[in-house]
Design a protein around this ligand. Structure first.
Ligand SMILES: Cc1ncc(COP(=O)(O)O)c(C=O)c1O
Length: 438
């Protein structure tokens, strides 16, 4: 929507204003993210690694924590920042209001869905909060979640349930790390769904253990339960997908989730402070927006005193002005993945992680908690070293200039995360330091 015309009171209709601006935007606005994604030899992992400005003084085995921006993303952000510093009013009008859905389109292409199915957020945490607070619950309805999810999901559920009156139940998907199986996980969820269950909230890749859940199979089990239910009682599958998105090559829009939230500032290497919610078109009407969006629909309705129809994805993207240079540069991150090849990215992460897990499993003083099966794992490895506290393991590695992390859960483990920021030599070196802890 053309806020400038609105401010100057030309009296144009909302649709007319948007149209005028869209054609102006196409003519005048540079798209630095496209320019930055141009020629780049990403055929070797060394070249991919060279796109990151991350310090070469350390081996970074915690790349998943928060992205270091690769070159195309840095350049896109810089270009947009310069343009914003030059003329914030004009640039926001053109890029934000004049080319609607540009960022959502890039996200949707990667997810295998449609731009109209994507809301933009700042993080996984924000996405989960918007989903759980946006859903309505009938008296007695329940949110079923697991004991293994991140604070962001549990706390979103707790806060939303306190407002809506929904009840909350947590189940374990396995009793110990050695007994994890896809069949058992699916069976436990199937059995736990009760007539009161309205939502099943799970995490695609657990940052507590590195376990990757079989989301497609969980969705199928939920679909069976839903066969006997009406629309208002249908069980909805909410997925925290942050450590799967960009780490494994699955098409999110076909995994069977009803709502999928993820930050794009971890494995996607998107700008820090970016994230998404994806849901099928027909599911968006189930959410009540929590934060006013600046989308044409609600803004136009407010200006013209109209009431609004069913919620659309864009109405859930929180409005207000943002750190736009970051949000607008998100397509550059997806272009970066496309250029490397998303299957190649997933394969690389799997290769390095399998290599590390196999070697760790052979060390008598180490217990690996993450499944060795690549179908049940992704890019995170949790383990324990006999006789050592997790923080001691992390500190010892840091003394050797290896950045590891400790899982932020009640039961905590040291974590390694071989990624595109590493190569085989770095993995070997890290393994050598763990081996020496015997
Ligand atoms: C499983 C999981 N979900 C959510 C988050 C929070 O992510 P964000 O910073 O995108 O909110 C984390 C943090 O790393 C996480 O491990």
């Amino acid at each position: 929507m053309d806020r400038r015309r609105f401010l100057f009171g030309t009296g144009l209709t909302v649709a007319g204003m948007a149209l005028t601006l869209r054609s102006q935007a196409q003519a005048q606005v540079q798209t630095p993210d496209t320019a930055a994604a141009a020629p780049n030899d990403l055929s070797s992992w060394q070249n991919v690694r060279a796109q990151f400005a991350i310090s070469p003084d350390h081996i970074n085995m915690s790349g998943f924590f928060l992205a270091s921006h690769p070159r195309p993303v840095r350049e896109a952000i810089d270009n947009y920042r310069r343009a914003l510093d030059d003329d914030p009013f004009d640039v926001v009008e053109k890029v934000e209001f004049g080319s609607r859905l540009r960022v959502e389109r890039a996200v949707a292409e990667y997810l295998g869905g449609k731009a109209e199915e994507v809301a933009l957020t700042d993080s996984t945490t924000m996405g989960l909060a918007l989903i759980y607070h946006g859903l309505t619950f009938k008296k007695g309805q329940e949110i079923l979640t697991t004991a293994h999810d991140h604070y962001a999901q549990h706390e979103s559920i707790r806060l939303a349930a306190a407002r809506s009156g929904a009840t909350v139940r947590k189940i374990k998907l396995f009793d110990d790390y050695q007994s994890i199986s896809a069949d058992e996980i699916v069976s436990r969820i199937r059995k736990a769904i009760s007539p009161a269950t309205r939502v099943v909230g799970v995490t695609w890749v657990h940052s507590s253990s590195g376990l990757r859940l079989p989301i497609r199979r969980i969705a199928d089990a939920i679909a069976e339960a839903n066969a006997k239910r009406g629309d208002a009682d249908r069980v909805l599958l909410v997925v925290d997908g942050v450590h799967g998105l960009g780490a494994v090559d699955e098409t999110v829009a076909q995994m069977g989730a009803d709502f999928f939230a993820a930050g794009t500032h971890k494995w996607i290497f998107g700008p820090r402070g970016t994230g998404i919610i994806w849901a099928k078109s027909e599911n968006w009407k189930l959410l009540r927006p929590v934060i006013p969006s600046f989308a044409d629909g609600p803004y136009g309705a407010w200006m013209e005193g109209r009431s609004l129809g069913e919620t659309e994805a864009q109405w859930v993207s929180p409005g207000g002005f943002h750190s736009f240079e970051h949000r607008w540069a998100l397509p550059a991150a997806f272009a970066f993945h496309r250029e490397i090849g998303r299957a190649r990215v997933a394969e690389r992460i799997q290769t390095l992680n399998s290599m590390a897990k196999e070697a760790l499993a052979k060390m008598p003083h180490v217990r690996v908690h993450t499944p060795r099966d690549p179908e049940l794992s992704a890019g995170l490895i949790c383990f324990d070293v006999e006789g050592m506290k997790p923080e001691a393991v992390v500190e010892k590695l840091l003394a050797k200039k290896v950045i590891a992390s400790q899982s932020p859960y009640a039961t905590s483990h040291p974590r390694l995360s071989p990624s595109l920021l590493n190569d085989e030599k770095e993995v070997e070196q890290t393994l050598g330091y763990v081996r020496a802890m015997a």
